[in-house]
Design a protein around this ligand. Structure first.
Ligand code: TEU
Ligand code: CA
Length: 532
C-alpha cells in the first residue's frame, strides 16, 4: 500500500499571535504568515499546523472560540484565510487547522443562550449541575463555576470562560460535524484536534480523558467528516495511554496522536507540571522506546518536544552554553525516530525560553492563575518563579525572532508580549545565513529523512539503555542501517562503535572523526550509515 503522504511530511506549527505582524498592531496575523511562506518552504516544511484564528475573546489565546466559522479581526478576514490556503497550496504547502471542540468560549452564542435559562434549547449543549463535584481545572481551581442567571454550576476543565461541550448531545455533535465539513470544503488539509481525548467524558462517573464515549464519537466524527477525504488528522490526547493511542491510529479513527508519555518526565510524579524534577534520560529513552516499538507497523507516531504549551526545547532539555549544538542534538535524536516530525515555530533557529523580570509581563492565563494559587498556598516567590521560568507557556509564545531590527522584525508596533532580549544574537536572518546554524541543520536533517526510507519504515533498537548521558539507537530497513547518536552530556566523553564500515550522514561537529573508539564533545550528535 502506498505510503500515506503525512508519514513523510514535516509539519510546522504556527502560533499566529506571535509569528509575524503585518499591520503594526503588535499582533501576528494571516497576512504576516503569507509573507513568510517562502521561509517555511526553504526549511523543507510540507504542512503548516495553524493554531486557532477563529473569533475569540482571547482568554486562552484563541483556544476559547466564540464563532467557529469566522476569523477573529485581529488576525484578518475570511478572505485573508482563503488567501492563505490558496497561496500555501500554490507553494506546495498543505495547511491543517486547530479544532477546539471539547469546549467553546463563554461568548459563543450557544453558551449565551444556554446560560439564559434552564429550559433554553441550547442548555444541554453544556454540562450543568445543581451542586459541584470534586473535579479540578487543568489551570488550577475547581472545574465548576456557578452561573447566577440560571442558578446552576457549569463544567469547565480549563478556564471558567471555556465551558465544556456536552458531546452526549447528538444535536451538538451534528452541529460540530457541519462546522468541520465546512472547513474541509474550504480546502484545508486536515486538523489538529485539541484535547480530543476529553470528548468521551462521563463527568458523573469522573471519567474525563479516554472516557466511555470516546471511541463512538471518534468513529462518528471519522465517518461523517474524514472518511472519504485525503486529509491528515492528529489528535492531542494528553490523558491517553500509548496502547490506546496505537489502537486509535491503527483503527484509523485519527491518523496520529500527540501522546504525552514523555511530556511529564521532568515533573514530580502526580504533582503536575509546576513541581519540578530533573529529567532522567534513562526514563526518557524508555518512553520513546516503548512508543517506537508499540507503533511499529501498527499505529503512527507524532514526533514532538516543542509546542505552544511546552517550554522551549533547548532550554528544557539542552544547554544555553551549548545552545546550537544541543538544539541540533535534540533534533537529531527526536527526528531520527519513526513518526511525523512536528517543528514548533522558532525551534528551527534555537530560540530559548524567557525569564520576564515582572509577572506583569506574563500573558498566559495558566501562568497567571498558577502564580496566584501557589502564592495563596504560601510558596516563596523564588520557588514560584523557578516553576514559572521552567514551565510557563509564555516561554514559547514570545514573538518569533526574525532579525536584529526593533522587536526582532516581528512588528513595527508594540508587541502584545515582550520580545526575548536575546533576539540580537538569536534570529532567523542571522541563523539562516550561518552554514553551521540550527536552521541549516534542520533543513539537512529533513532532507536526509526524505532521502532514506529507513527513517519512515525502519525498526528501532535502543543501545546503551542505562547510559544517563547518551541517547543512541539503530534503525534498520531492508539494506539501510543507520545509527543515531545524541549526547546530553555537557562534557567531553568516550564512546565505542562496534561497527566496521561506517559513513557519516550528518553531524553537528564535523571536526569529530567517526571511528570505532571516539571522543565526542558536549552535546555531540550525528547519524551514521552502517555498511554503506
Ligand atoms: O492543551 C491541552 C493540554 O494538555 C494543556 O492543558 C497543556 O497540557 C497545558 O496547557 C500545559 O500546561 C490544549 C491547548 O494546546 C492549550 O493551549 C489550551 O490551553 C488547552 O488545550 C485548552 O484548549
Ligand atoms: Ca497584526
Amino acid at each position: 500500500m502506498a505510503l500515506k503522504w503525512w508519514k513523510k511530511a514535516v509539519v510546522y506549527q504556527i502560533y499566529p499571535l506571535s509569528f509575524q505582524d503585518s499591520n503594526g498592531d503588535g499582533i501576528g496575523d494571516l497576512k504576516g504568515i503569507i509573507s513568510r511562506l517562502d521561509y517555511l518552504k526553504n526549511l523543507g516544511v510540507d504542512v503548516i499546523w495553524l493554531s486557532p484564528v477563529y473569533q475569540s475573546p482571547m482568554d486562552d489565546n484563541g483556544y476559547d472560540i466564540s464563532d467557529y466559522l469566522s476569523i477573529d479581526p485581529i488576525f484578518g478576514t475570511m478572505d485573508d484565510m482563503k488567501d492563505l490556503i490558496k497561496v500555501a497550496h500554490e507553494k506546495g504547502l498543505k495547511l491543517i487547522m486547530d479544532l477546539v471542540v471539547n469546549h467553546t468560549s463563554d461568548e459563543h452564542i450557544w453558551f449565551k443562550e444556554a446560560r439564559s435559562s434552564q429550559d433554553n434549547r441550547y442548555r444541554d449543549y453544556y454540562i450543568w449541575k445543581d451542586e459541584p463535584t470534586p473535579i479540578g481545572s487543568v489551570f488550577g481551581g475547581p472545574a465548576w463555576t456557578y452561573d447566577e442567571t440560571s442558578k446552576q454550576y457549569y463544567f469547565h476543565l480549563f478556564s471558567k470562560r471555556q465551558p465544556d461541550l456536552n458531546w452526549k448531545n447528538k444535536e451538538l455533535r451534528q452541529h460540530i460535524y457541519q462546522i468541520v465539513n465546512t472547513w474541509l470544503d474550504m480546502g484545508i488539509d486536515g486538523f489538529r484536534l485539541d484535547v480530543i481525548d476529553l470528548i468521551g467524558k462521563d463527568v458523573d462517573r469522573f471519567q474525563l480523558s479516554d472516557g466511555p464515549y470516546l471511541y463512538p464519537f471518534l468513529q462518528e466524527l471519522y465517518d461523517t467528516c474524514f472518511k472519504d477525504r485525503d486529509i491528515m488528522t492528529v489528535g492531542e490526547m494528553p490523558g491517553l495511554s500509548i496502547e490506546r493511542a496505537r489502537d486509535i491510529t491503527e483503527k484509523g479513527l485519527l491518523d496520529m496522536v500527540f501522546q504525552f508519555a514523555h511530556v511529564g518526565l521532568d515533573e514530580m510524579p502526580g504533582q503536575g507540571k509546576w513541581a519540578l524534577k530533573p529529567l532522567d534520560l534513562v526514563e526518557f529513552k524508555k518512553v520513546f522506546t516503548r512508543l517506537q516499538h508499540l507503533m511499529y507497523q501498527k499505529g503512527w507516531n507524532s514526533l514532538f518536544l516543542s509546542n505552544h504549551d511546552q517550554p522551549r526545547v533547548v532550554s528544557r532539555y539542552g544547554s544555553l552554553e551549548y545552545r546550537k549544538e544541543s538544539a541540533k542534538m535534540l533534533a537529531t535524536v527526536l527526528y531520527g525516530m519513526q513518526g511525523t516530525p512536528y517543528v514548533y515555530q522558532g525551534e528551527e533557529i534555537g530560540m530559548t525560553g524567557i525569564r520576564f523580570s515582572s509577572m506583569d509581563q506574563y500573558r498566559d492565563i495558566e501562568t497567571k492563575q498558577i502564580y496566584q494559587i501557589l502564592k495563596n498556598e504560601g510558596l516563596t516567590e523564588e520557588s514560584i518563579m523557578a516553576s514559572i521560568y521552567a514551565k510557563s507557556r509564555d516561554n514559547s509564545r514570545t514573538p518569533f525572532q526574525w532579525d536584529q531590527t526593533k522587536h526582532a522584525g516581528f512588528t513595527q508596533g508594540n508587541p502584545w508580549i515582550d520580545v526575548n532580549p536575546n533576539y540580537l544574537e538569536i534570529n532567523a536572518q542571522h541563523d539562516v545565513q550561518d552554514s553551521h546554524g540550527v536552521f541549516q541543520y534542520y533543513k539537512d536533517l529533513f532532507a536526509l529523512r526524505k532521502k532514506l526510507d529507513v527513517f519512515t519504515e525502519g525498526d528501532f533498537r535502543l543501545l546503551h539503555q542505562e547510559d544517563q548521558e547518551l541517547f543512541m539507537y539503530e534503525r534498520h530497513h531492508e539494506d539501510q542501517h543507520v545509527l543515531v547518536i545524541g549526547s546530553f552530556a555537557n562534557r567531553e566523553r568516550n564512546i565505542t562503535l562496534p561497527y566496521q564500515n561506517m559513513s557519516l550522514l550528518i553531524s553537528n561537529d564535523h571536526a569529530v572523526e567517526i571511528k570505532p573508539e571516539m571522543k565526542i564533545p558536549p552535546y555531540f550528535a550525528c547519524i551514521i550509515r552502517i555498511g554503506g
